[in-house]
Design a protein. Structure first.
Length: 326
């Protein structure tokens, strides 16, 4: 049986292109769909009636694709549906976007094929920090002293309890603003000036954690039953001291990391327990040699790790999508 794989991603995605380039020589039929183009440039349809089986198909680039014939769907980095530019009313645009997203998610969720890393609702659930933090603790991961709150008084108490050595980070989105003017919000230490504005916390909850000293940080990428670990020497530069995502090219060394077997097994159990086939896990390795769990990203990026370390993550993912790895 020929593998037929649908990749859901934005129009410009070199990672998807690299994975597809490994799948095509295997004889796979690889399709790419940008959900941002539904329904303007691509149509997803469903038909049902009586006792006949439900039928689903995709019209893309002049081709009708039987979605029930897919062997795998990869939720890579799908863009949100974009209403036509002729619709200018913000409320109407939001309504149209919600309708298309809800419909598309429903059709994809109903497909009988494998979905990597998981169906959209499972991905969304696993990405919620309160949910996966609880799962990590249940598996025996050490985690930093953590508070999720919208109460300024609790923040001040937490600050005093940990002698002011605390950091904050958003619960959901690290980047806001517009595509043309994005604004990053990562993990930052809390300063005395921040405490003067503690009352604004009432607007939305935030994650507050005690600062954990770092020897280095470890990014663990789980693909199916394979575990790839890379160490990020974030303390080599002040720029990445609190958050390696402020990556300092040339100043932040990366290397393959030998993760202890018990930690590798725990990472596998976390990913699979969350219903995922793929996950990127962030850990701290303290100066004392303790591994501390921070979070998991079900759709984490990996190109930069592979380029720096040679870890064969792309090949493992192509194997998983093709079905050679179950």
């Amino acid at each position: 049986m020929t593998a037929q794989i649908l990749i859901l991603t934005a129009a410009q995605d070199t990672t998807a292109e690299r994975v597809a380039a490994l799948l095509t020589p295997r004889g796979a039929d690889v399709l790419r769909l940008d959900p941002g183009g539904v329904p303007a440039s691509a149509q997803v349809e469903l038909a049902a009636g009586g006792t006949a089986p439900v039928r689903r198909w995709l019209r893309l680039d002049g081709r009708d694709v039987d979605l029930d014939g897919l062997t795998c769907v990869w939720h890579r980095r799908p863009a949100a549906p974009v209403p036509p530019h002729t619709v200018t009313d913000p409320d109407v645009r939001a309504h149209l976007q919600s309708e298309v997203r809800n419909y598309l998610d429903g059709v994809l969720r109903s497909l009988p094929c494998r979905q990597i890393p998981a169906p959209r609702d499972v991905i969304d659930r696993a990405a919620r920090k309160a949910f996966h933090l609880d799962a990590a603790v249940g598996l025996g991961f050490a985690v930093p002293p953590t508070l999720m709150t919208a109460d300024p008084d609790r923040l001040l108490d937490f600050h005093a309890e940990h002698d002011g050595r605390i950091i904050t980070k958003p619960l959901h989105r690290a980047v806001r603003g517009t595509p043309d003017e994005p604004m990053g919000r990562y993990s930052d230490p809390v300063t005395n000036r921040d405490l003067m504005h503690a009352a604004t916390l009432r607007l939305a909850p935030m994650i507050v954690q005690a600062y954990v000293p770092k020897r280095l940080e470890v990014r663990v990428t789980v693909v199916g039953d394979q575990v790839f670990a890379a160490e990020i020497h974030s303390q080599a530069t002040q720029h990445t001291r609190y958050d390696w995502r402020r990556y300092d090219h040339g100043g932040t060394p990366l290397a393959v990391h030998r993760l202890p077997d018990v930690l590798a097994e725990r990472c596998l159990r976390l990913v699979h327990g969350l219903g995922l086939h793929f996950g990127a896990i962030d850990l701290i390795l303290t100066p004392e040699g303790e591994y501390v769990f921070l979070e998991i990203n079900p759709t984490g990026q990996f190109d930069w790790l592979e380029a720096a370390t040679g870890l064969p993550i792309t090949a493992a993912l192509a194997q998983l999508l093709h079905g050679s790895e179950q």
